[in-house]
Write a protein that binds this ligand. Structure first.
Ligand SMILES: Cc1cc2nc3c(=O)[nH]c(=O)nc-3n(C[C@H](O)[C@H](O)[C@H](O)COP(=O)(O)OP(=O)(O)OC[C@H]3O[C@@H](n4cnc5c(N)ncnc54)[C@H](O)[C@@H]3O)c2cc1C
Length: 383
């Protein structure tokens, strides 16, 4: 069927990514979930194929595509049930590197963006701290100006790709007592003395994507590690995170389709009381409700992406899409497991992984509550 949002080029891209995902990734889903790490060859291979730079300019090795090219990539990873790879790649392409293109110097682009697009350098994004989660403006990692550079002390937690990233896009405080106005972005090589990966965190879901806690102990950065204007780090990263949230929403909708289809297939096969369980309206109507929600949220995600891609800044719609899509994915996974009874709860069936993987989507990239807060504030209901 023709789409309002995807043209022939998107369709061809989708086909090639689908083949790659099905041929080279899907068979490893369980193995990487158990290992707790996506191997580095995946980044290199995806870099070679051009998938890590789809919407970056060609002059930096990117594909020069629009926002929908990234949606295609993340949807296809979700269709392949590769949640952990999606998280790792999402940080690489949609979160840690877009600020380099937007605010970096030419030298920073050559040093970090170009190898990240090739898959030769793995990126992570360091915002969250033990004392500053939803309230990013309260973060305390401090980059003190010293002769010739910066001395950084502090601590980041829940950092995706953090266990083995080559560089971090870091948000740190450069002025005390100035709230969100006293923050700046930095590009940090992870082999800098004083950069310490203290532990790899053990998670419930999306286990294939590694997550780490990181300390900075008198870490000295050169002057030119500053990314963008000093004091504008918070505004710059928050601007960029709109795209991230929408990509997460697109991933949720695609994931919901996969899980719902799996549930439908199962309920058609499973016979109890002499008939397939889908013949019970108690089940088929719940499937219908979920299918209707998928179509509604899908439309919201695509129309919001179109606005973002055409110079709009639809923060309320982005938050609405993230909120509804993450809840949808979670509900579909939970109902999917319910429809499968005890079989869905067994580790030998992928449903348990889909269920585990779905939970984080309501937390990372801004929690449900924070999305509601943004929507409420846009309605003049903020405190
Ligand atoms: C697997 C995983 C990967 C992640 N990857 C990264 C990463 O790569 N880089 C990075 O920087 N961060 C990352 N994060 C951090 C993530 O963005 C935060 O976990 C998230 O923003 C919430 O912060 P918190 O966990 O500290 O929860 P808190 O902010 O402590 O919130 C706890 C609860 O209180 C609610 N709450 C907080 N404030 C309000 C309010 N004003 N009104 C109503 N309710 C409120 C929250 O919604 C939540 O339900 C990751 C997290 C996880 C779990």
């Amino acid at each position: 069927m023709e789409s309002l949002f995807f043209n022939e080029e998107h369709n061809m891209l989708r086909q090639s990514i689908k083949e790659f995902v099905q041929k080279e990734l899907v068979e490893h889903n369980e193995e990487w979930d158990e290992a707790g790490l996506v191997p580095e060859w995946v980044f290199r291979r995806m870099g070679e194929l051009g998938y890590l730079g789809l919407r970056f300019p060609e002059e930096y090795g990117g594909g020069g595509g629009d926002f929908f090219t990234n949606i295609v990539l993340m949807e296809e990873l979700a269709f392949g049930d590769c949640g952990g790879v999606g998280a790792a790649v999402g940080i690489q392409c949609d979160m840690a590197t877009p600020p380099i293109l937007a605010f970096g110097t030419e030298e920073q682009k050559q040093r970090y963006l170009v190898p990240a697009i090739k898959g030769e350098k793995i990126a992570c994004l360091g915002i969250t701290e033990p004392g500053a989660g939803s309230d990013v403006a309260s973060l305390s990692t401090y980059a003190e100006k010293v002769p010739g550079g910066w001395k950084v002390n502090g601590n980041k937690i829940f950092i995706t790709n953090g266990y083995r990233a080559d560089f971090m896009t870091l948000l740190a405080r450069t002025e005390k007592n100035k709230g969100y106005k006293g923050m700046s972005l930095f590009l940090v090589d992870t082999d800098t003395p004083g950069y310490v990966v203290s532990r790899k965190l053990d998670k419930v879901g999306q286990r294939a994507s590694d997550t780490a806690e990181i300390f900075f102990e008198d870490m000295i950065l050169p002057e030119d590690a500053l990314l963008g204007e000093q004091g504008r780090g918070f505004q710059n990263i928050m601007w960029e995170l709109q795209g991230e949230r929408l990509i997460v929403a697109a991933t949720c909708v695609a994931g919901a389709r996969v899980v719902l289809q799996k549930a439908i297939d199962y309920t058609k096969e499973r016979v109890q009381f002499g008939r397939p369980i889908i013949k019970n309206q108690a089940i088929s109507h719940r499937i219908a409700d979920l299918a209707a929600r998928i179509e509604a949220v899908q439309s919201l995600v695509y129309t919001t992406a179109w606005q973002l891609d055409h110079g709009g800044y639809p923060t309320t719609e982005v938050s609405a899409a993230k909120l509804l899509a993450a809840q949808l994915m979670f509900d579909v996974a939970d109902e999917g497991m319910q429809f499968m009874g005890g079989y869905g709860y067994m580790m030998e069936d992928p449903m348990q992984r889909m269920w585990r993987d779905s939970r984080i989507l309501r937390i990372a990239g801004g929690t449900d509550e924070i999305q509601r807060e943004i929507i409420a504030m846009s309605m003049g209901l903020g405190v």
